[in-house]
Design a protein. Sequence first.
Length: 192
Amino acid sequence: MSFYRMTAVWSGPGGPGTSHFDFVDIDVLGTPNFNACLTAYRTYFNSLAGYLPNEWSIGVSSEIQHLSDAGVLEELAPVSVVPASVTGTYTGSWAGAVGVCTRLVTAEILNGRRLRGKSFFVPAGTTVAFDQDGTMNSTALGDFLTHRTTLHNAVLAQEAEPVVWSPTHSVKSAVTGFNIADRSAVLRTRRD
């Protein structure tokens, strides 16, 4: 079964970067509401704008990619409403490669290991997201987990199910849970 991909483009000093979010169609009689899915992702980023430095913005893609199981682009799904970009509102100090990592959990076992995914929110404001020892503060942990849960449920409500795709095995599996790493994440490339 093929899957869909929404891309968010991060723009700012040291950018650009991209984040990919994959999902499958769970409505056998129709297709997901792509406009509402894009709005859900935009709402997620907007709800976390206070952690994003004001020199940065995140734009939700103007198209949804329809990919084969092997990850080959098959077509572009129609989107009639493109959400506005989200601009960060944080004005304090930040480090360009440091932010928050959300780990995506699945029930899929491949070669004796659980299939997992990650998404990054980088950069994140130093004073609002982290304690002085480099761990996330409790407010930020709560905010990121709450908004990720809200995003997950909003996408499911549009007959779409978030998945993790393994390009190595050409396998995808439904996201069954997620957690936020209680430490700062260092992004090695803007394509993570």
